[in-house]
Design a binder for this molecule. Structure first.
Ligand SMILES: [Zn+2]
Length: 261
């Protein structure tokens, strides 16, 4: 039996090619890829991303890798567009494909946060003002309780001065952003967008959708006068309850987004 097993392994390694990394780490679960593709479509369908923005997931067989689409608009992502990256954000099997400039956001967060399994970077429009104005993004209702009462803001000028293009285009900037995020689920990026993390694809999608929703509702409420936000205690309790419910909207959003194809 043994020689047969060895030659099968060898054959798989040869087919995978010397640089694909598949032979060393094993291919990711097909369901994980399917969910990542669905998440790309959902984020577009729910208005979190447009032609820009991306979502990644940590590799289920190798925690030192993550999966992210090649450089393509999220609504167009297919299973064959998903690529593997190491935590320094090098593509394992680049070939002639273009990759996202801001992939370092993902790699550096996975390095710093072993609990994080999925990351979204977006320019979701209602959130942008809260990264630029004095008003702090705070949970206005139970659905966005996960935000907590202290959402950090990443100021790229503190790290790279005032003459950047605002993009997180290298490891040093990715690391600085990951540090600003700290233990939080969301960090705003002044003049640019936001980053959201979670322990699964459905959870991170839920958070990105409701962060956008909260920002919209908060701006509406602020136009009406002074606003009462959730207390830290309310936020903690509501976040715990709602976190058990993330699969309900996920199923709905997935069905709708995949139908729209
Ligand atoms: Zn960006």
């Amino acid at each position: 039996m043994r020689p047969v097993t060895c030659s099968v392994v060898l054959l798989v390694a040869m087919l995978a090619g010397p640089s694909s990394g598949i032979a060393q780490s094993g291919a990711p679960d097909a369901k994980l890829i399917e969910d990542l593709v669905a998440a790309n479509r959902i984020l577009f369908d729910q208005g979190v991303v447009d032609g820009f923005g991306h979502i990644s997931v940590r590799h289920d067989k190798d925690p030192n890798r993550y999966l992210l689409a090649r450089n393509v608009a999220p609504a167009l992502v297919k299973a064959e567009d998903i690529m593997e990256f190491d935590l320094d954000s090098n593509a394992i099997d680049l070939r002639d494909r273009r990759i996202y400039l801001e992939r370092f956001i993902h790699g550096e967060i996975y390095k710093l946060r072993p609990d994080v399994k999925a990351v979204i970077h977006s320019h979701s429009p209602s959130v942008i003002p809260f990264g630029a104005a004095r008003a702090k993004l705070q949970p206005i209702y139970h659905m966005s309780a996960f935000l907590g009462t202290d959402v950090p803001v990443f100021e790229i000028r503190d790290v790279a001065g005032s003459a950047t293009d605002l993009l997180v285009r290298d490891k040093a900037l990715g690391q600085a952003l990951a540090k600003t995020l700290g233990h939080h689920p969301v960090a705003l990026m002044r003049g640019h967008g936001s980053v959201t993390v979670g322990n699964s694809i459905p959870q991170v999608v839920f958070r990105a959708v409701y962060a956008e929703m909260n920002a919209k509702l908060q701006a509406d409420a602020m136009r009406l006068g002074s606003v009462t936000f959730l207390t830290p205690e309310e936020a903690a309790k509501a976040a715990e309850t709602i976190d058990g419910q993330v699969m309900r909207p996920w199923e709905l959003w997935k069905r709708k987004a995949m139908k729209a194809e």
